[in-house]
Design a protein around this ligand. Structure first.
Ligand code: DMJ
Length: 459
């Protein structure tokens, strides 16, 4: 069995629950013809994951991130919060890397402490650390991970104490003091999967209620045509920037409206998602549903097109469309994302889809296009998405691999590397590659919702 699960001390309930998420690898009907090639790819993804992980362990162990070119480390806030280990743990479990997973879990349980006098960014810490701890808790039944998650949740709660209920961006983990009232929908509205799950697992509804209110308060401030802007003051509730799009600063707000309906059966989220997607498709979609579909920028009040740009972050949207049942738009937009990738053999942070000129040339090892390929393959079983994944993976290895890890690119045009390897390469990029090529039953897709950092949460 490739996805052997090393049994920790856990209750019968959790063992049964775990079996819903991870299913031992076996060939489902109709799979045998393609099995060898795909298994080989799977093994390659696992080997590349280990290549990057070993680089992290050798030069940055115990710190947040590896700097892959200088072979030094980087701690986001001066002291480590174990970003990379926590973000990576569930991927190791899913890949069946049992020994690595066990050692990493022990290290986290014994060394991670949130009792630190540092201001942290609520959004990033929630999606990476809270999401990672909760997912790994559900996969292992290790109560120490849930205790860490609850401690973190308690320390983050003061962010919601603004006049509107939308969170401040930063909070001091020790004092509970908050700062930075100028935020955006992604940061005010990408919290409910994690806080809601924490509420369910600890029986403390306060976590659900605070994050839900933040989401609803963001939605309530949509314009008359149903769009949100990209900058908002959480104290006054006033918009500070009216540009609307599905890109960074807004993206996962929409993702969580849909996913929180599906994860929690929350009917408010269902209504908010349905109303939002209608406006997105009316004002942000560009081109025809059948072909050359892109999503651009528009003014949130008038709906007037403000930019015809799309980028690596926007490439998450085919996955969201597919999850919502809109396969036509999902397929069409995925074709556009792949066109963007193929322009330079790897995707840029942003391009102008009318002129096909690159407007922001970096690539920071982002996972979104791979995530969408995985979703589309899951829903269609069309082998073209496996072929697409194969191209993405070959290019990714070719341009981003270093002697001892992986590195971002300064420019997808020149392919010059830069000295960073974000933890999401382990949480998301390698995980989605692996799941794309793995036997379909490796992940019980219907039983989980992935948070925006690809941490699977059990439905
Ligand atoms: C991740 O932290 C998350 O996927 C987030 O939603 C967007 N940015 C990165 C990956 O690109």
């Amino acid at each position: 069995m490739r996805h052997k699960y090393s049994q920790p001390s856990t209750t019968k309930f959790l063992t049964a629950a775990l079996s819903l998420l991870l299913i031992p690898s076996f060939a489902p009907p109709g799979y045998s013809q393609t099995k060898p090639a795909r298994e080989e790819l799977d093994d390659q993804v696992r080997a590349e994951f280990l290549h990057a992980w070993n680089g992290y362990k050798k030069y940055a162990w115990g710190h947040d991130d590896l700097r892959p070119l200088t072979k030094t480390y980087h701690d986001w806030y001066g002291q480590s919060l174990l970003m990379t280990p926590v973000d990576s743990l569930d991927t190791m479990i899913i890949m069946g890397l049992d020994d690595e997973a066990k050692a990493t879990r022990e290290y986290i349980a014994k060394n991670l402490s949130f009792d630190k006098d540092i201001y942290v960014q609520n959004f990033e810490v929630t999606i990476r650390l809270l999401g990672g701890l909760l997912s790994s808790y559900q996969l292992t039944g290790d109560k120490r991970l849930l205790n860490l998650a609850e401690d973190l949740g308690n320390r983050l709660l003061p962010v919601f104490d603004s006049p509107t209920g939308m969170p401040y961006r930063f909070v001091n983990l020790k004092s509970g003091k908050v700062r930075d009232a100028e935020s955006n929908p992604a940061e005010t509205g990408t919290l409910l999967i994690e806080f809601g799950t924490l509420a369910k697992l600890t029986n403390r509804p306060i976590f659900y209620d605070k994050a839900k209110r933040a989401l609803v308060e963001t939605y309530k401030r949509r314009s008359a045509i149903g769009l949100v802007g990209e900058k908002i003051n959480v104290e006054t509730g006033k918009w500070l920037a009216s540009d609307s799009h599905i890109s960074g600063a807004i993206d996962s707000y929409y993702e969580y409206l849909l996913k929180c309906w599906l994860l929690f059966g929350d009917q408010d989220c269902k209504r908010m998602w349905r109303e939002s997607i209608a406006s997105i498709n009316k004002y942000l979609a560009d081109g025809r549903v059948e072909s050359d579909l892109w999503y651009g920028h528009a003014d949130m009040n008038s709906g007037t097109r403000t930019a015809t740009t799309f980028g690596a972050l926007d490439a998450f949207f085919p996955a969201v469309l597919a999850l919502s049942g809109d396969l036509n738009r999902a397929k069409s937009l995925q074709a556009s994302s792949f066109k963007m990738w193929q322009l330079n053999g790897i995707e840029p942070e942003e391009l102008n889809f009318r002129t096909m000129e690159v407007t922001s040339a970096g690539y920071v090892l982002r996972p979104e296009i791979i995530e969408s390929t995985y979703y589309l393959y899951h829903y269609t079983r069309d082998p073209k998405y496996l072929a697409m994944g194969k191209v993405l993976f070959a290019d990714f290895v070719k341009y981003c691999k270093t002697d001892e890890a992986y590195a971002s690119l300064k420019s997808v045009v020149t392919k010059e590397k830069s000295d960073s390897m974000h933890s999401f390469v382990f949480a998301e990029t390698f995980k989605y590659f692996y799941l794309l090529f793995a036997p379909p039953k490796t992940m019980n897709f219907k039983q989980v919702i992935f948070n925006t950092e690809a941490h699977p949460i059990r439905r």
